[in-house]
Design a protein around this ligand. Sequence first.
Ligand SMILES: Nc1ncnc2c1ncn2[C@@H]1O[C@H](COP(=O)(O)OP(=O)(O)OP(=O)(O)O)[C@@H](O)[C@H]1O
Ligand SMILES: [Mg+2]
Length: 382
Amino acid sequence: MTPPELVLLILLLLSLTLLGLAARAILRRSDEALRQVERIRDLESRMAELEKLVALREAGLDLADDAVLYLDGRRRIQYLNRAAEEMIGPRRGQVLTDAVRDRDLDSLLRRSIAEGQGQSAVLQLDWPPRLVRASVSLLGPSGILVVLSDQTELRRLQQVRRELVANVSHELRTPLASLQVLVDTLIGGAVDDSEARDQFLSELREQVGHMSELVRKSLHLAALESGRLESEFEQLEPRELVEPVVSRLRRRFERAGIRLEVEVPNDLPRVRADADQIGQVLTNLLENALRWTPKEGTVRICAEDRGEVVRFRVSDSGPGIPSEALPRLFERFYKADSARSGEGTGLGLAIAKHTVLLHGGEIWAESRASEGATFYFTLPTA
Ligand SMILES: Nc1ncnc2c1ncn2[C@@H]1O[C@H](COP(=O)(O)OP(=O)(O)OP(=O)(O)O)[C@@H](O)[C@H]1O
Ligand SMILES: [Mg+2]
């Protein structure tokens, strides 16, 4: 091998070695790049998981009935769930006490922060005008969680219950007093007089019956008012609602000498109703009409298609209802003519109103002096 050839060979070997080194370096780099890419992918999928978790938690919080707010260290709203938005509007970014204007809430927050400990209190907010239980929790050095749970409905229910108890006790007082008199008279000797005894006993039975009706209807109304009544809504033809009630009451109309006319066409649209509950509404309207219509009078029950609703109508040829009494008829225990409606509880129409409202319908009465009374109610079509 000549010297120039040797030099060439050495140069060749050298460049091959260099090439090898370069190739290895490049390969190492691309390995690293691949690892980097994998790391980024991993991070991305973790981010997606995290986003999913956050979304899931927010969706969960949105289902809550309580207003949940997360504040930063400067008491600005960073997050609020749906209930909070419904209560105070979309106030993200605002300082809480600008969005909910209330001194007591402000001092609850300050106290919690100053004492480094969560606190809670029942507050009557100035705006929005709500009664709430406010709970403040401190999350880490600068995060504050505020939960406002609305007590307005709870208080309303407590109020309803209190009024009901007061009303029922008041209404029970009269029949209880008559019971007392009847029992005292019986014990005082009437028990030995068979005629007087039978009369007193039948009065006793009537009073007891009235009292148990009063209690039964009061409980029914209380369940309706507090939303505790369980309903079984079905798609029913209007005549399926009317016919059972009419056949149950027909004999009583016959005995009272009152004509009962039924006009419920077969081709009416179906309505969404709880058959038992609407049956009780119709029963009360027909029993009222029966009670107030004189012998040889007429009571009519009709149903007609009014587009989105079916309208039921019960009219009678009785004395009618004075116009000043019309707006109060659906109040509980209200009797337009207490002398004549003695045997009733005064709860039938209050129950009817709540039942119809629960069904998404409306109920009202019309009457002109001495032209009889007409009651209407509607039920949405199914
Ligand atoms: N068809 C009617 N004609 C005249 N007055 C009526 C008629 N329907 C209702 N009223 C008046 O409305 C009042 C309230 O009726 P509601 O059905 O609520 O109670 P009630 O019939 O007295 O008691 P209950 O329904 O428990 O038997 C009645 O006491 C009566 O004064
Ligand atoms: Mg009645």
